[in-house]
Design a protein. Structure first.
Length: 374
């Protein structure tokens, strides 16, 4: 990674200069039409076309920790795959039709993973690691039980919502399977000679994926910390004590870990925090409202501390979902009536006006009823 350039966008494309990106967006929105109304789009910019789904096959499978399997995915014909950057994830469509997001945990700069070691931006394989969740939505169990070498599935191109900015000093904090997006970042930091440290926490040694692989990177900079050896989970202060002065912190783990780190950040040597959650953030500012299934269907109360998606799935268990964080769009439903509070990061104003709604994060004012086409 060239440290003089900003991190790429969600699809791995280099980001444009901030000023010119703003200038382009301003021109696209406000270009006048010779005395007429404002244009809705810049006519010089071509319409974007949706990218085709990737066809993948499982080529290898191995156990990397208790209840964690690593899969290697490749093009069935042996062709190259789109490149990616540390922090990127794949949106997989499993054989059952479920869609789930999994972080890429390989090395995008490893010549062994490249179709062209001389500098191609494409790879011949992706690596993901998945922990079985007994109380999950079935995606992890399906992967553990049915995905073996030879299994076919599809995926969207890698996207990156957790980009690594390669600051000079970095602390990586991983909780259990949260090591998956951080492992490529650690390799990148090591390759570029950054001042980095990693703390990987878990219940016990056998629950820590890639422990041997991490130790091999630099035993002096890798700290494996287990609850059973230390009498419980670490505090945020304990975790951040490993940060170099002025470091950027990259954290991925369970909600209690993220909360502890956020609360201890101001009193720590670290200067900034980047994080990725395992799932949806807890609802802390919600109001109770109601969703109705169809114009004449049943009404379901949504408590202040629960999402509409969770309530809807109790009545419609087959309702699809994936990220639960408002960026993938899998759970999209159509709004027939009501005034929603859109909180997603995916839908455009035009799509919202047309009735699209993501119930995983969107809510409504107290006492409001949202009528959904379900």
């Amino acid at each position: 990674m060239d440290l003089s350039t900003p991190p790429p966008d969600l699809y791995g494309r280099p980001r444009a200069d901030t000023f010119f990106r703003f200038l382009t967006a301003f021109g696209d929105r406000y270009s006048p039409a010779l005395g007429g109304p404002l244009l809705r789009r810049n006519p010089r910019r071509p319409f974007s076309r949706p990218t085709e789904a990737l066809q993948l096959v499982v080529t290898a499978r191995r156990r990397v920790a208790a209840d964690v399997v690593e899969l290697t995915l490749a093009d069935p014909s042996g062709g190259p795959l789109p490149g990616w950057q540390p922090g990127a994830h794949l949106r997989l469509t499993l054989p059952s039709g479920r869609e789930r997001h999994y972080s890429l945990c390989g090395d995008p700069a490893d010549p062994a993973d490249q179709a062209d070691p001389a500098g191609s931006a494409e790879r011949s394989g992706y690596r993901i690691a998945v922990r079985r969740l007994p109380d999950g939505g079935g995606g992890s169990a399906e992967i553990h039980d049915t995905l073996h070498p030879g299994t076919r599935l599809t995926a969207r191109r890698p996207r990156n919502g957790f980009a690594f900015c390669a600051e000079p000093a970095v602390l990586f904090l991983a909780g259990g399977i949260g090591i998956t997006p951080l492992l490529p970042m650690v390799r990148e930091a090591r390759r570029n000679g950054l001042d980095w440290h990693l703390v990987h926490t878990g219940r016990s040694a056998d629950t820590l994926p890639f422990a041997a692989e991490l130790r091999a990177l630099d035993p002096a900079r890798v700290h494996l910390r287990t609850d059973d050896e230390h009498g419980g989970p670490p505090t945020g202060t304990e975790l951040l004590a490993h940060a170099p002065r002025g470091a950027a912190v990259y954290c991925c783990g369970p909600a209690p870990m993220l909360t502890a780190v956020q609360r201890a950040l101001d009193a720590s040597p670290a200067a900034s925090l980047h994080f990725e959650r395992f799932g949806a953030a807890p609802v802390t500012d919600g109001e109770p409202f109601t969703v109705r299934l169809g114009a004449d269907g049943p009404e379901l109360p949504v408590p202040a501390d629960r999402s509409a998606l969770d309530v809807l799935r109790e009545a419609r268990p087959d309702l699809p979902y994936s990220c639960k964080q408002g960026f993938c769009g899998t759970c999209e439903v159509r709004l027939l009536a009501g005034a929603p509070d859109h909180r997603d990061r995916r839908l455009t104003p035009e799509r919202r006006a047309d009735g699209a709604l993501l119930p995983c994060v969107s809510r409504a004012a107290a006492g409001e009823t949202l009528v959904l086409d379900l």
